[in-house]
Design a protein around this ligand. Structure first.
Ligand SMILES: [Zn+2]
Length: 282
């Protein structure tokens, strides 16, 4: 009788271990899908209706660095060698003032906290339900992420950090990315809520029901430079209308250092304009 009880206990114990392992696996899978959902590679794949090319790998230096991106993934990343690439240097004297371009009209709401480290950037996935009207097209805000230093430069000046708010047209799947520059200054109050929870290593994530509002980090004046370009990570797809906000926002030296410590230098070098025009609404 005693051995039977022991046997049952053993079987039950093994079953519990097995079940809990299985649960954990399902969780990880869900999280990976959650991470990939709004990853730039996935958004590019969604536009072209192709399967994920996530088997390919890129870096910001060395033999997988930006100058080699176009050749790292067969034909999938060949756009990285294209003529309408991002980022660019904005020459303010050459910017075209175009009064027919509408101001940014945001319809953002709060989101719970979903932060991922995808090995290239720290990405905050935003809950569904926030949108922005950009030059008369309604886009959904999907995620925002960071680059140290800034990817775009203005008259040759590189800022310490740039935030990219990635929006997608739900019909055409074309993207609109709003770029905001950080300069060193006062502690940023919105970022401050997350400084202790930034996922430090690749595939780390942090999720919480804590709500925040993206509007709390945006500058008061949303006048912008705009041009047609690409994603700044492979596959470098030329499906992006860029809106680079003129007014900068601030973060403290410690905050900027923390982002750089985690992401390292993750800006792509400046790409040639090749005849493209940069316009402004102002
Ligand atoms: Zn970006």
């Amino acid at each position: 009788m005693k051995t039977n009880i022991l046997k049952y206990a053993l079987v039950f114990g093994l079953l519990s271990i097995f079940t809990s392992c299985e649960n954990q696996q399902i969780d990880t899978q869900d999280q990976n899908q959650e991470v990939l959902k709004y990853d730039e590679t996935s958004l590019s794949d969604a536009y072209f209706g192709r399967k994920s090319s996530s088997g390919c790998h890129f870096e910001y230096e060395g033999s997988s660095g930006p100058e080699f991106w176009a050749d790292l993934c067969g034909d999938d990343w060949k756009d990285c060698g294209g003529n309408s690439q991002s980022p660019i240097n904005i020459i303010t004297d050459a910017v075209l003032e175009d009064e027919s371009i509408n101001n940014i009209n945001t319809n953002y709401t709060i989101s719970s906290t979903n932060i991922f480290n995808n090995g290239h950037t720290i990405q905050f996935n935003y809950d569904a339900g926030s949108s922005a009207s950009l030059n008369n097209i309604d886009y959904n805000l999907l995620q925002f992420h960071f680059h140290t230093g800034s990817e775009h430069t203005v008259d040759g000046v590189r800022y310490p950090m740039e935030m990219h708010l990635v929006h997608q047209d739900p019909i055409t799947k074309l993207l609109a990315v709003v770029g905001v520059f950080f300069k060193e200054g006062n502690r940023n109050l919105l970022l401050n809520q997350f400084m202790n929870n930034l996922p430090e290593y690749e595939d780390d994530h942090y999720t919480s029901s804590q709500k925040y509002h993206i509007k709390d980090i945006l500058p008061g004046d949303m006048d912008f430079y705009t041009y047609s370009g690409s994603l700044t990570t492979p596959a470098c797809s030329e499906i992006v209308t860029w809106y680079i906000i003129k007014e900068t926002i601030e973060a403290s030296h410690e905050q900027l250092e923390r982002f750089e410590h985690i992401m390292h230098k993750n800006f792509r070098p400046i790409q040639t304009l090749s005849g493209r025009i940069v316009s402004t609404n102002d």
